[in-house]
Write a protein that binds this ligand. Structure first.
Ligand SMILES: *[C@@H]1O[C@H](CO)[C@@H](O)[C@H](O)[C@H]1NC(C)=O
Ligand SMILES: *[C@@H]1O[C@H](CO)[C@@H](O)[C@H](O)[C@H]1NC(C)=O
Ligand SMILES: *[C@@H]1O[C@H](CO)[C@@H](O)[C@H](O)[C@H]1NC(C)=O
Ligand SMILES: *[C@@H]1O[C@H](CO)[C@@H](O)[C@H](O)[C@H]1NC(C)=O
Ligand SMILES: *[C@@H]1O[C@H](CO)[C@@H](O)[C@H](O)[C@H]1NC(C)=O
Ligand SMILES: *[C@@H]1O[C@H](CO)[C@@H](O)[C@H](O)[C@H]1NC(C)=O
Length: 258
């Protein structure tokens, strides 16, 4: 009995493999679509209105007023670049204007909005480059906006946003790069907004630089889909290795040691 079962299972797996690779090939046969400055929209992405068989429905992009739009957690973001080499797409909040340091994102967004932060994925996009929690491969840095009842002088992480951002007439507005640890919390301060950036050359002592970072946008990845399609890691986790620019496998225990 077990033999028939095993054979059946193998057949099923084989069939699944054949179907999956056929799907994949067809999707790759579609010519790239284009919208505004994003001229190379191809698998896994598709543009609204593309033929049914093109791309993956979960990665459908819109084209609004000649701007490529990505839908993330029921919010809209403008696509700045798609990097097929490392499975990332860089997006920016539509309210951010490069030359207006008073412009702010419409919505808060942080790593905690992505399920890969805690556990196995189900989301379309990930905030990291591993199919399992891996803090080493963080691709975004947080900028935290705080409003305080008093001035904060003792903590160098608190950078004044005066001129640019003001929350109310009495408060003192600051921005902080990175995560606010317990020891960084100041009494009488409220967190107003958290926004990510993937700009590497961020100067954490200058609000102008933080604003450039926000306007540059942040990278999210489709690493889980890439891993499912092309890289099978038996009893291990698949991740993107930036040194080799390839997908690789890693044991869970190796991850935990890092
Ligand atoms: C759309 O954007 C592209 C690239 O920025 C530009 O070349 C083109 O002229 C724009 N088209 C319209 C209708 O604005
Ligand atoms: C467009 O993306 C595909 C990968 O989907 C890549 O093979 C091709 O080289 C890219 N073309 C350009 C012009 O970037
Ligand atoms: C992905 O590739 C783009 C373009 O080459 C690069 O700007 C970006 O930093 C890369 N991101 C990661 C996480 O390697
Ligand atoms: C800059 O952005 C702020 C906040 O969104 C807005 O009130 C202001 O009108 C903008 N200034 C310009 C010159 O667009
Ligand atoms: C991210 O999570 C925060 C807190 O739950 C929520 O207020 C915010 O709207 C979420 N952002 C998006 C874009 O879904
Ligand atoms: C601020 O940047 C400096 C280097 O420019 C770095 O050593 C420091 O750890 C950063 N601080 C924070 C809070 O990110």
């Amino acid at each position: 009995m077990w033999r028939e079962r095993a054979l059946f299972l193998i057949l099923l797996l084989l069939l699944h493999h054949i179907c999956a690779s056929k799907d994949d090939q067809e999707q790759h046969l579609c010519p790239p679509s284009s919208c505004g400055k994003i001229s190379n929209i191809s698998y896994p992405f598709r543009l609204q209105g593309d033929p049914e068989k093109c791309g993956n429905k979960r990665y459908e992009l819109g084209c609004e007023n000649n701007v490529t739009v990505l839908y993330l957690h029921s919010a809209k973001y403008h696509v700045q670049a798609i990097n097929y080499n490392n499975y990332t797409v860089r997006v920016v909040d539509p309210a951010l204007q490069l030359h207006n340091c008073s412009s702010l994102p419409l919505r808060s967004l942080s790593r905690s909005n992505f399920s890969d932060t805690y556990t196995y994925y189900t989301d379309t996009y990930q905030a990291g480059l591993s199919s399992y929690e891996n803090w080493e491969s963080l691709i975004f840095e947080h900028i935290v906006f705080v409003n305080c009842k008093h001035t904060v002088r003792e903590n160098v992480k608190y950078v004044k946003t005066e001129e640019c951002v003001k929350w109310d007439s009495k408060g003192y507005a600051y921005a902080v790069v990175g995560d606010l640890k317990a020891e960084d919390f100041e009494v009488g301060c409220d967190i107003k907004l958290v926004a990510p950036t993937s700009l590497r050359s961020l100067n954490n002592h200058s609000y102008t630089s933080m604003h450039w970072g926000l306007a540059y946008g942040f990278e999210i990845s489709w690493i889980n889909l890439a891993c499912q399609n092309h890289h099978y890691c038996p009893l291990r986790f698949c991740y993107f290795d930036s040194a080799s620019q390839n997908l690789d496998c890693q044991l869970l225990s190796e991850l935990d040691l890092n």
